[in-house]
Design a protein around this ligand. Structure first.
Ligand code: NOJ
Length: 517
């Protein structure tokens, strides 16, 4: 593996509620994940990222944490966590956990204290403010819809929540908040985790003047317009976290969820003494368009190379519509999604794969009465929310639970997934799972793919062709997005997203070839 490991790692994101259920309550849990580690290993990734499994009332499915140093009984116990970690490490898999520092649950003891009386010291950990002209203190809106302020009836003041009202924002200017999170990081580092994914990492500090912000309509996917966030105080904070993690052996790491489009600004968070990685959301949201992708790839590489950082390529996560559906759905969406997998895994840097992506799962239409995401409710159904990409993993058998649980899955699983279960795909060499496994095995065995130099090759409009080279080996990745066809590059054909006839790649196809030099 390249050193340090995270520079070229491929991490499987596990949405804990949806991966595997060990106790029949219909919700995934830590022991369920543990039982499926052999699958993860065989897939060929370097590690897993676990979404929050801490005690939580579940207003935002775990991103509302009421105790940062324990496990929610729905998901298991600390012993289950330790067993999962030990077994993952035994298999050579890294484990990253989610840290949610921007907000707590409204059920966290700090917030309960804060609300109990206006002079409780814990109140200063949050942003309570008097209203303005009979309304909230400023014009901020929540990412989940509606105002970002809720009136605390008892005191007559409002409190800030960039997400749901059950997720009050912490005031990071308060020294105790900072000190407590250092303890929380140490708690998990001491247990042996390999790193953290930092939730809304660009939002922790708010401008002290809490100035009004002009929200574009419609609200953009990216937060660049949020001028009261992305505060300069973040950089010294992340430097101190980096120092703290570097006290531990084993190259512990941070990956920031920094939802901004400006790659140069983004790269400032991954300067050598700050975070190691930051998700590239511009790449995730890019259209299936050769020029647009080329520009994003170049901008990312230029910005990240300039600070000596590794880029992190990502196409799916638990907050966005599944890729084949974004590409149009059905066969017409699945073909480019397969090609995109070969693009993703050939780009220089780290890559993140969201569990189910390797199965080519599509977004699921969830009936309104079964929806769970607060976004759906806070926007009165105007925004469907994220339930459709969080449907549990189909492991085997058929409906209703596909081996995910012996009970009733927390979200309904479509009967049409029979051909997409892990068992069905395992025995089908043409499956999406087989493609991911083959690509990951090749990447694992190829220094060129993991750490080689990157060079574009000239190619016709509507296509992308680049090579990765390291001592003695060149791997060429050719992607035909929308040209009539693309001449397959010279060399040995290693892998193609669909079977290749002759030496031409059809539209919505990608291939890797190898040239030994
Ligand atoms: C980003 C997480 O990915 C998302 O699922 C969550 O709702 C928000 N942060 C708030 O924590």
């Amino acid at each position: 593996m390249t050193s340090p490991w995270w520079r070229s790692a491929v991490i499987l994101q596990i949405y804990v509620r949806s991966f595997a259920d060990s106790d029949g309550d219909g919700l995934g849990d830590l022991s369920g994940i543990r039982s499926r580690l052999p699958y993860v290993k065989e897939l060929g990734v370097d590690g897993i990222w676990l979404t929050p499994f801490y005690p939580s009332p579940g207003a935002d499915h775990g991103y509302d944490v009421s105790d940062y140093v324990d496990v929610d009984p729905q998901f298991g116990t600390l012993d289950d966590f330790d067993a999962l970690l030990a077994e993952a490490h035994g298999l050579g898999l890294r484990v990253i956990v989610d840290i949610v520092p921007n907000h707590t649950s409204s059920e966290h003891r700090w917030f309960r204290n804060a609300r109990s009386r206006a002079d409780h010291p814990d109140r200063a950990r949050y942003a309570f403010r008097p209203g303005r002209d009979g309304g909230p203190p400023n014009n901020w809106t929540s990412a989940f819809g509606g105002s970002a302020w809720t009136l605390d009836e008892e005191s007559g003041e409002y409190y800030l929540h960039f997400f749901a009202p059950e997720q009050p924002d912490l005031d990071w200017h308060h020294p105790d908040v900072r000190a407590d999170f250092e303890d929380i990081l140490r708690f998990w580092l001491d247990r042996g985790v390999d790193g953290f994914r930092i939730d809304v990492a660009h939002a922790l500090f708010k401008a002290r003047d809490l100035h009004d912000m002009h929200e574009p309509d419609p609200r953009p996917l990216f937060g660049d317009w949020l001028t009261a966030l992305q505060q300069p105080e973040l950089h010294p904070l992340y430097r101190s976290w980096r120092k703290l993690a570097d006290e531990y052996d084993g190259e512990r790491m941070f990956v920031g969820e920094i939802v901004i489009a400006d790659q140069v600004e983004l790269s400032r968070y991954v300067r050598p003494d700050e975070l190691q990685l930051a998700f590239n959301f511009t790449f995730l949201h890019e259209r299936w368009d050769a020029e647009a992708l080329r520009i994003t790839i170049d901008r990312t590489r230029d910005a990240f190379d300039a600070v000596g950082a590794s880029a992190s390529w990502v196409l799916e996560n638990h907050d966005v519509t599944r890729l084949p559906t974004r590409y149009g759905g059905g066969v017409g969406g699945r073909r480019p999604a397969r090609a995109a997998a070969l693009l993703l895994l050939a780009l220089p840097g780290a890559a993140f794969v969201y569990a189910g992506q390797e199965l080519g799962l599509e977004e699921v239409e969830i009936p309104a009465d079964l929806r769970q995401d607060p976004i759906f409710f806070r926007t009165n159904g105007e925004r469907a929310g994220r339930d459709g990409c969080r449907v549990p993993i189909p492991w085997s058998d058929g409906p209703p639970a596909f081996g995910f649980t012996t009970g009733e899955p927390w979200l309904p699983m479509p009967g049409s997934w029979v051909d997409q279960s892990v068992t069905a795909q395992q025995s089908n060499p043409a499956s999406s799972l087989a493609l991911y496994r083959a690509a990951l095995a090749l990447r694992h065995g190829s220094a060129a793919l993991r750490a080689g130099s990157f060079t574009w090759r000239e190619s016709p409009p509507g296509t992308l062709v680049f090579e990765r080279t390291s001592a003695g080996e060149t791997i060429v990745c050719a992607v035909n997005l929308e040209a009539e066809h693309l001449e397959l590059p010279e060399g040995e054909l290693l892998l193609a997203s669909e079977s290749v006839t002759g030496n031409r790649l059809r539209q919505a196809n990608a291939a890797w070839t190898r040239v030994v030099v």
